[in-house]
Design a binder for this molecule. Structure first.
Ligand code: FAD
Ligand code: NDP
Length: 600
């Protein structure tokens, strides 16, 4: 609406109204670079494209007369001329651009440069990096007790109720399998004498977690990050109220307000409940928040849900000898390659896990023996029921934003409470950022939360422009038959590139280590998904077999570098390993040849 104004007024209003104002020309490569720079660092700008205006020459003359330059681009921040692209880039590289952008912040005095709300994987990485860069930082961490009352220490989900205990319980399951194999390798292991003790395992794992909690506290102290064991909630866009709670009663104890130039929301998520009538599931079920510290053995267990958490928990419970059933309402491992997901379920079924599908719980009640009677509705509306010692809900997670008072800071979240951010993890409020599980449409994984937190601090305080790369993120599902994956599932690759443009190389295999104990043939599987029109570039990697995490990690580097099938084939394998099965892949799905293998 300012375009028709007289030139002096047009220039004045453009500079007044836009924190970052550009005069640019659509065809000019330097103008494009300047705009790309702001896009890259997630800073909004407004550009007047002079070549689209009849008064192009007059505006340039006016700018020369009043601001000293005629050429484009001309970048202004808060009405102050930064210069053309070179000067803007230089200011970005030496950090002065950021200071200019934060100009209003610099005028205030805040208690901290950065407050991080949430001391989990992302929050700890972000706060420690900012402190390393000389900033005054506070990290707030508070764990709301779960409905059964479970609480834990500093470090967030991964350390306390996620990756770490999960992998250790999974390892306990694998050790059981190794004991089965041991006799074939000449060890005199009498099966009757081998027993597993849940309490011992639980205590040893909880002791290890306690040592990590302590280690984090020491690290924060040594690195000059102020740790406040309290709950954060916004009072206004720069002010956070911190409430501390009595350790025993959990009643609020004290509160204070603190301010910061930058605030990072890293509050993660917590398990969802089913919200059955009268909140009966909250009363009778546990979740992954409670399972790893359960004081008594879980006994006969129902796990509801069909994703990572559900299959991993059901997997280790089965391997530890508990009668375990998974109840799934639809497909397994949504978003993952469905051929691989089904193979995991087949393997788990063959190793003792029971599956009820499709089904959803509709009622639960406590029995006189203190067990839980679960009634579920099955396909075609029929109902069935059974009685369990433990019911674990693994039906997804909800972000912890509803306690944060986001509205007081004006931060926008989506309907589910997840934060909507740009590529620089910036919310709609310029100095408030989000990292980790709390972000909309981003994978919920620890290494990603850590990377995002570190890079954010480097961008804010080191003049870095490096953004988190959300492409080709490797992940592993730690089910009894582990599953490593990078990039696209076969379904997603077909949807993206078209079926005729995709070639899939696949093979079953049997690890050498499984031969002597006579474990099953053709349970392990790998496949590469390639795009024909891109010289068979590998866009999907899938591996079902032992040590999937270790096998998968390195291939992710190759795929980030856009490796093709022939790059994989030209790489020399390491023999005898299971990872070499990926290198050796040669049977394409389109050939119709049998992917099953026999012999070495
Ligand atoms: P979190 O680690 O959840 O940390 C958020 C912290 O903020 C918590 O301590 C929370 O209590 C605190 N908080 C919340 N609200 C407030 C507030 N208002 N004030 C103060 N503090 C607050 N990922 C993997 O990569 N590999 C795995 O093998 C793996 N296994 C998993 C197994 C399970 C069972 C689960 C549940 C998750 C697993 N994950 C795994 C996911 C991984 O744990 C998360 O992606 C990661 O912990 C997210 O980190 P975060 O910093 O975003 O949040
Ligand atoms: P997900 O959101 O991935 O899956 C939720 C599961 O619960 C789905 O199978 C879903 O079925 C089902 N579900 C949802 N609502 C209901 C309902 N009302 N009744 C019955 N079933 C329901 O959650 P997870 O908790 O498994 O995992 C959360 C995230 O944590 C993962 O995405 C992953 O990023 C991370 N994680 C990582 C691990 C690793 O790296 N190894 C391990 C564990 C977790 P449907 O598909 O039909 O919607």
């Amino acid at each position: 609406d300012i375009i028709g104004l007289p030139i002096p007024e047009l220039v004045q209003k453009h500079l007044e109204r836009n924190k970052v104002a550009l005069f640019s020309k659509t065809w000019c490569p330097w103008c494009r670079k300047a705009k790309a720079l702001f896009n890259e660092i997630g800073v909004e700008f407004n550009a007047i494209e002079l070549d689209l205006l009849p008064s192009e020459q007059e505006i340039q003359d006016y700018l020369k007369e009043h601001h000293g330059i005629r050429s484009v681009p001309q970048v202004y921040i808060r009405g102050q001329l930064v210069g053309g692209f070179d000067k803007t880039k230089e200011a970005h590289d030496n950090g002065s651009l950021h200071a200019l952008l934060e100009g209003d912040g610099a005028a205030h005095s805040f208690d901290y440069d950065m407050i991080v709300i949430g001391g989990g994987s992302g929050g700890l990485a972000c706060s420690r990096e900012a402190a390393k860069l000389g900033k005054k930082v506070a990290v707030l961490d508070y764990v709301r007790p779960s409905p059964p009352g479970t609480k834990w220490g500093l470090g967030g989900t991964c350390v306390n109720v996620g990756c770490i205990p999960k992998k250790l319980y999974h390892t306990a399951g694998l050790v059981g399998q190794t004991l089965e194999d041991a006799k074939h390798y000449g060890w005199n292991v009498e099966k009757e004498k081998v027993q597993h003790n849940w309490e011992d395992l639980k205590s040893n794992i909880q002791d290890h977690i306690g040592s990590i909690n302590w280690g984090y506290r020491v690290a924060l102290r040594d690195e000059n990050v102020e740790y406040i064991n309290g709950m954060g909630e916004f009072v206004d866009p720069h002010t956070v109220k911190v409430t501390t709670f009595n350790r025993k009663t959990n009643a609020p104890q004290s509160s204070k307000q603190i301010t910061a130039r930058h605030i990072v929301i890293a509050v993660g998520g917590r398990p969802k409940y089913l919200d059955l009538p009268a909140g009966v599931d909250r009363e009778l079920c546990i979740t992954s928040d409670d399972l790893f510290s359960l004081s008594k053995p879980p006994g006969k267990t129902l796990v509801v849900g069909a994703s990572y958490v559900s299959l991993e928990c059901a997997g280790f419970l089965t391997e530890l000898g508990y009668d375990t059933t998974v109840m799934a309402r639809s497909i397994f491992l949504r978003g993952f390659d469905q051929e691989c997901a089904e193979k995991i379920v087949d393997y788990m079924s063959a190793h003792g896990t029971k599956f009820i599908r499709p089904a959803v719980p509709i009622n639960m009640e406590k029995t006189e023996q203190n067990q839980v009677k679960v009634t579920w509705s099955q396909d075609k509306g029929t109902a069935a029921s059974d009685v369990y010692d433990t019911v674990v809900l693994a039906v997804g997670r909800v972000p912890e934003t509803r306690w944060l008072g986001l509205d007081k800071a004006g931060v926008v979240s989506d309907g589910a409470g997840k934060l909507v951010v740009n590529q620089a993890e910036q919310t709609n409020i310029q100095h408030i950022f989000g990292i980790g599980d709390v972000l909309q449409d981003k994978p919920e994984l620890t290494p990603l939360a850590i990377q995002t937190g570190k890079l954010l601090s480097r961008r804010l305080y080191q003049g870095s422009s490096e953004l988190t790369d959300y492409d080709m993120i490797p992940t592993t599902v730690f089910t009894p038959l582990e599953y490593g994956s990078i990039g696209l599932s076969e379904e997603a690759a077909i949807a993206k590139f078209g079926e005729s443009n995709i070639e899939v190389y696949h093979s079953y295999f049997k690890p050498l280590e499984w031969t002597v104990p006579h474990r099953e043939d053709n349970a392990c599987f790998t496949k590469l998904i390639c795009v024909r029109s891109e010289n068979d570039r590998v866009v999907g990697f899938h591996y079902l077999g032992p040590n999937a995490g270790e096998v998968t990690q390195g291939y992710a580097v190759a795929m980030r570098l856009r490796a093709t099938k022939s790059d994989f084939a030209a790489t020399i394998g390491i023999h005898p390993t299971t990872s070499e099965e990926v290198i050796k892949l040669r049977i394409s799905k389109s050939s119709g040849s049998d992917a099953k293998t026999t012999g070495c």
